[in-house]
Design a protein around this ligand. Structure first.
Ligand SMILES: Nc1ncnc2c1ncn2[C@@H]1O[C@H](COP(=O)(O)OP(=O)(O)OP(=O)(O)O)[C@@H](O)[C@H]1O
Ligand SMILES: [Mg+2]
Length: 421
């Protein structure tokens, strides 16, 4: 296992277009790092440069302390798990896993020991004599990972491994990969543009936009303390609402009435002109369902509900609002950049499923104003980000994972020795 350090990595393809534009990223030994971003942002290119399938235009790629820019893929000892798993159909599971060892002319008894150890970890021991065609998608993926394990690869690299699967299988495989990675404690870089995968799998998530890093942080930090409109809009589903606002003293004037800011946030936006206030759907509630005691930490407003969507465990309401042209244009550009559905000038609010709010009627809503963020519409910068609180969230996530890996690998050593005895 190894750390992966990237220093100012640039990739220019033939036409001079920088697909990756100065990426510096340190991935710790044993860490699960997600690369996420809209189509064309450079995720696959970056991954292929780590493995050695793509030349690096400039910068340093350091794996396990050694600069590998000029090393061939086979000398980097990384394992790329492809989407189609690249298994040999005519070979048994056993031989598929043993394949890299056969290539390396490993003695038979050692092959046997390593394959059986890997099969134990992967719970494939019952299927060793089968052919890949007779396995489920999840089992096939495990065989591919088994191959990486017997090679004692320094890291696993995945490029959207689940994108072709149906939703149910995708969910199962996601859990499987998470469990195995934790158990093996192997450094992992995983490319996806799936929200859920990004939020649930990674210790940290690296958000890319047009070949540049926007933010590298734990899922919680990205969600709670995004650096800019791009990250705020990309992470979260349904997405954060962005409403126009102006500021007077410590009060934001929004289409849903005044929002009182605390001292820190008020100071951060003082003297600004037109702003965008970012409010996640769950900061809203049907006002009639909020205790009096809680009401004072937020603001209450009346608005006409356009559409409601009842989903059993929760309910969404769509509330249109007015916005100046400048803001409408900005939101349209942002949705294009995010490769998402058009951000319309209507807020999506998440309310309790017991709410009796009705379509086409006025209703009273409550808004928890404590977590709203304020963005500069021009630069996209989050003016009210609390960097310290954010860093704390990521630090906690990294510590939790280190503990889990220590516990899991302790368990694994135990399994192995008992298996050998
Ligand atoms: N061989 C190539 N020659 C020229 N340009 C390329 C080449 N491969 C990729 N690109 C360009 O580099 C940019 C990044 O591509 P990349 O495949 O890394 O994106 P991605 O983030 O993986 O996207 P997706 O989510 O669609 O897989 C894109 O604009 C793409 O068109
Ligand atoms: Mg790609």
């Amino acid at each position: 296992m190894a750390s992966i350090e990237m220093k100012d990595i640039v990739k220019q393809y033939g036409d001079g277009f920088p697909a990756v534009n100065g990426v510096s990223l340190d991935i710790a030994d044993g860490e699960f790092m997600i690369l996420v971003g809209p189509s064309g942002c450079g995720k696959s290119t970056l991954l292929r440069m780590i493995v050695g399938l793509e030349d690096i235009t400039s910068g340093d790629m350091v794996i396990g302390g050694t600069r590998v820019n000029d090393k061939a893929p086979r000398d980097r000892n990384l394992s790329m798990v492809f989407q189609n798993y690249a298994l040999y159909p005519h070979m048994s599971v056993y031989e598929n896993i043993a394949f890299p060892l056969r290539l390396a002319k490993t003695p038979d008894d050692q092959v046997d020991r390593l394959v059986k150890e890997a099969a134990d970890v992967l719970e494939l021991h019952e299927h060793l004599e089968r052919k890949p065609a007779n396995l489920s998608g999840g089992q096939r993926q495990r065989v591919a990972m088994g191959r990486a394990i017997v090679r004692q690869a320094e890291a696993f690299l995945f490029d959207e491994p689940l994108s072709n699967l149906d939703a149910k299988l995708r969910g199962q495989m996601r859990t499987e990969i998470a469990r195995l990675q934790r158990r093996l404690g192997i450094t992992t870089v995983y490319v996806t543009h799936d929200q859920t995968e990004a939020m649930t799998l990674g210790d940290r998530v690296c958000v890319l936009r047009k070949g540049s890093i926007q933010q590298v942080a734990s899922p919680r930090e990205l969600y709670e303390q995004p650096v800019n409109l791009f990250v705020a809009g990309f992470i979260g589903s349904p997405p954060m609402n962005f409403l126009p606002a102006t500021v007077q003293g410590s009060t934001l004037q929004t289409p849903f009435g005044p929002v009182e800011l605390d001292e820190r946030r008020a100071a951060a936006v003082a003297g600004r002109d037109l702003l965008l206030v970012g409010i996640r759907p769950e900061y809203f509630e049907d006002a009639s369902l909020v205790d009096e005691a809680k009401k004072h930490v937020g603001t209450t407003f009346t608005a006409k509900v356009d559409v409601t969507e009842w989903l059993g465990d929760q309910q969404y309401a769509y509330i249109p609002y007015e916005a100046p042209d400048q803001i409408r244009t900005r939101l349209r550009d942002l949705s294009k950049e995010l490769d998402s559905e058009e951000l319309r000038t209507q807020a999506i609010v998440s309310i309790d499923s017991t709410s009796r709010i009705r379509e086409g009627r006025e209703a009273e809503f409550w808004l928890d104003t404590r977590k709203v963020h304020v963005f500069d519409p021009e630069t996209g910068e989050n003016l009210t980000r609390d960097a310290e609180a954010g860093a704390e969230l990521t630090r906690m996530a990294v510590e939790d994972r280190e503990e889990q890996v220590a516990e899991a690998s302790g368990g694994l050593t135990g399994d192995r020795s008992s298996g050998a005895a």
